[in-house]
Each structure stands twice: as C-alpha cells, then as structure tokens.
Design a protein around this ligand. Sequence first.
Ligand SMILES: [Zn+2]
Length: 139
Amino acid sequence: MNTRALDRQTIGELERFLRDDLARLETSLRAIARENRTAEKTGLTDVSLHAADTLQTEMQVTLVDRRTRQVAQILDALERLSHGQYGLCQDCEGFVGVARLRALPFAQRCRECQSQTEQRARREALAPRPELPGELEAA
Ligand SMILES: [Zn+2]
C-alpha cells in the first residue's frame, strides 16, 4: 500500500474531493439541461432573440462539453481508486505525487509526462503542413 505513498487518510480526502466535484458538475449539467428544455418549450420566434439564443447555445455546448469531460475524468479517477491504481501515471506508471493530486485529484499523468503531452500537442497544433507548401501563408 505504501509503495504508492498514499495513506488511507489522504485517499479518503481525495475521494471526498472527487465526489464533491462530481456532484457539483452533475448538478450544473442537470441545470443546463433543464434550462434548454424550458427554452424549447417557450419557442422563441423573434430573430434577434433567436440569434442571442444560438450564441448562448454555443457557449452552453462548450460548457457542457468541458463539464462532461471533467465528469469522465473524475469517474475514471474513482474507478482507478477502487482498483488501487489511483495516483499512478498513465504513461510512465510512476507515482503522480501527493501535492499534484491535491491540486488536481483527477490528474492522469505525472507532471513530467503531462508537460511532454502538452508540448507534443502544441507542436502538432503549430506544425506546418508540408503537403501544402506556402499556401497557408499566402492566404
Ligand atoms: Zn509519468
């Protein structure tokens, strides 16, 4: 048990934190769903109202998307917790670290692997596309 350097009390604390977070996210998602149902029922017909509504819907979609991903991360963390895999890095299988888990209880990677993943994602996002030489700059 001590190989992961997480004592029962710390695990209990983090689990409570995860469950609180999960409850909060689910409440928020339910509230958004309820709001959407109400909006559908009132059936906005005015064009400007409709435009505002579309913008709001787009923002909500982004919000729902982010919250849904957070819920998935938390459920994943709780799942790992129940299998005794909690706190282990997904990539190098090293211990993520208590300080990092306290800050980010659903962290899936250690600091090092996370920053490598982020760097890789940034490089891919910024990478020039060799199959389209110069076209992006010309546009
Ligand atoms: Zn790692």
